[in-house]
Design a protein around this ligand. Structure first.
Ligand code: 13P
Length: 292
């Protein structure tokens, strides 16, 4: 099987994005995998710190391994939004393919300092690192009862990207271009700031398209489809989805639990199928069908 770096390069060259789908348990993984298998798509399974503590780092790795073996598909595992070097090291030692260091609450200099340590440790073990510059509006992938406005100061600053990339050797970079994690009361996610994405990929010093590092879009749930497509043509190579899956899973589970069905493999089957439907929609939108 080709490694993750190969697939990021392929995504950059062929202009598609690899979907990262977060999970909290085996049922969701089954739905995600059914979608990826059906469309012959590479896929990244994601766990936040909270999700990984619930699932177990080693258990998540074992799930990936058995599915890789069974399907032969390029299935990768990412520790999403790791906030501490120690926890990222644990994930790396457990066998994750990739770790995302979220230094968004730190000053840029602090972010750079710890990112360098993460990269030094991860690269020695052959693990890919995702960095982050800028801030997403919310931390958690859930339904919010209020309305969110993206603050201008939270968007990724092109000059900060340059400084960060010159100082660190991250493999892939998350940028804030108007999304937030979760879906707010309006149910409609804001339009992407494609103008800002263009400013980021066109190096502000040279004015040329020479930011070579593949870029990541977080908070992909609910984002308008045309914006997703446009962002991929501009250099987004990985898109993270969590809330849309959580929503499909929970809604269908509730419906099933309201019937007299008490057999878990029966009431879970519908929720798993709902996850698969969402995943297939996203994989088609991201253009990663038949890219495995
Ligand atoms: P959503 O919950 O908005 O899809 O965001 C997921 C995410 O970005 C995980 O890192």
């Amino acid at each position: 099987m080709k490694n993750l770096k190969y697939y990021f390069k392929k995504a950059q060259k062929e202009k598609f994005a690899i979907g990262q789908f977060n999970f909290s348990d085996w049922s969701q993984v089954k739905g995600i995998l059914a979608g990826a298998k059906n469309l012959r798509s590479p896929v990244i399974l994601g766990t936040s710190e909270g999700e990984s503590k619930f699932v177990g780092l080693r258990q998540a790795v074992a799930m990936r391994d058995i599915l890789r073996k069974e399907t032969g598909l390029p299935i990768f595992l990412n520790l999403d939004h790791g906030k501490s070097l120690d926890y990222l090291k644990e994930a790396i030692l457990a066998g994750y393919d990739m770790v995302h260091f979220d230094g968004s609450k730190l000053t840029l200099d602090e972010n750079i300092k710890i990112s360098k340590k993460v990269v030094a440790y991860a690269h020695k073990k052959g693990v890919v690192v995702e960095g982050e510059v800028g801030r997403f509006g919310t931390d958690a992938s859930r339904l919010y009862t209020e309305k969110f406005e993206i603050k201008e100061e939270d968007l990724t600053q092109p000059q900060e990207v340059l400084k960060y990339l010159l100082a660190t050797d991250v493999d892939i970079l998350a940028v804030s271009i108007g999304t937030f994690h979760g879906i707010d009361i309006s149910g409609v996610s804001p339009r992407l700031r494609l103008d800002r994405l263009k400013e980021i990929v066109n190096n502000p010093t040279t004015g040329k398209y020479d930011i070579k590092v593949p870029l990541v879009l977080h908070g992909g749930s609910g984002t308008p489809e045309e914006d997703i497509k446009a962002s991929i043509t501009l250099g987004i190579c990985k898109i993270n989805i969590n809330t849309d899956i959580r929503l499909a899973f929970a809604k269908n589970l509730k419906l099933q639990l309201d019937t007299n069905e008490i057999v878990p493999y029966k009431y879970l089957a519908k929720a798993i199928n709902a996850v698969q439907i969402v995943v297939e929609e996203k994989l088609r939108l991201f253009g990663s069908e038949n890219k495995a």
